[in-house]
Each structure stands twice: as structure tokens, then as C-alpha cells.
Design a protein around this ligand. Sequence first.
Ligand code: I3P
Length: 128
Amino acid sequence: SSPDSEGVSPELEKAGLLNKTKIAEGGRKLRKNWNPSWVVLVGNSLVFFKDPKSQNPDSWKPGNSRPESSVDLRGAQLQWANDLSSKKNVFKLRTITGNEFLLQSETDSLIREWYRTIQNVIDRLDKE
Ligand code: I3P
């Protein structure tokens, strides 16, 4: 993060384009609806943007474009979930409140890097 933002905004860990579908809300199963999503990992949250215009690393900043939704990673669980989709490179993120998302990329290295980075945040929060 830039020196200016230190102490003002939480740290931007990662941002990029992934395919996303929500598959459960509060434990209740939902019908899949895959869409490209600009995903931003910042502080303890994964933030989703759907507006293509917001697909740049500055978008998550307060006052900029409005996120579609945001996920608290504290107590969340991550697992590879290629059994839950016909697509390759799919993992499932389950929040403590029972919301479940599938995230996917055609690029193996990219999805592995996302998995590793999100798991690191979950592990860090587990130790707090
Ligand atoms: C779904 C759509 C999804 C697919 C899902 C289908 O059909 O094709 O892309 O998930 O499979 O049910 P619809 O558009 O009619 O809702 P994947 O792409 O992840 O395979 P599923 O029901 O086996 O999860």
C-alpha cells in the first residue's frame, strides 16, 4: 500500500477478475448464476464488484464505485470444489453465516494464487 493510505485504509492484498456464483444464502441453497466479478481482497474482507467500469485496483476505495457484496473472511472455510461444477478450477468459500460462493478461473496459476492468498487471510484471522 502507498504511504498515504497507511493507517487510513485497510491493506489491499489482491484484486482481479474471477467467475463467481453464489450457491447458498444462510445455508439455503440457491440456483447458480455464474458471472464475471471483479474481486478485491482487502483487510478481512473479500469484496465483489460487478460493474465492468469498476474493474481497476482503485475501485475498492471508499467513495469509489459501490461493491455488489462483501464477505467477512473471519471463520470462513475454503475448499476445492471441482465436484460442484462442470467448470475447472473451482473453489468454494463458505462464510460463518452460511453463505456459499463458488469462484473460478480458466487460468490454473491464477486460481491457485487466489486460493492461497484467501486461505492465508483466514488462517491469520483464526489465530487472532
Ligand atoms: C445451470 C448452469 C450452470 C451449471 C448448473 C446448471 O443451468 O448451466 O452453469 O453450473 O449446473 O444447473 P441453468 O442456467 O439452467 O440454471 P456449472 O457451470 O458450475 O456446471 P449444476 O446444476 O450441475 O450445478
